[in-house]
Design a protein around this ligand. Structure first.
Ligand SMILES: [Zn+2]
Length: 76
């Protein structure tokens, strides 16, 4: 059984859990500190840094503030 790293989104405790993928998918993992199920998996060894890369894309996708396509005449 592999170990998985998690970070609790409530108390921000980082902890390691030995579990199967099935146990993770069924939501049986909870924070060791506050028992919260609001936890996030931390991936190690892939260059990820538990960042917020996904939440930034929505606001920065359009280069133009007046049209949504970024190709109108007032954009440039
Ligand atoms: Zn917690």
């Amino acid at each position: 059984m592999p170990n998985y790293d998690f970070e609790c989104q409530d108390c921000h405790k980082k902890f390691e859990v030995r579990a199967t993928i099935q146990e993770m998918e069924e939501g049986k993992i909870s924070c060791v500190e506050c028992k919260s199920k609001n936890i996030k998996r931390i991936f190690n060894g892939f260059g990820f840094s538990s960042g917020k890369t996904s939440s930034l894309s929505a606001s920065s996708s359009s280069p133009c503030s007046t049209c949504s396509s970024g190709s109108c005449s007032t954009c440039r």
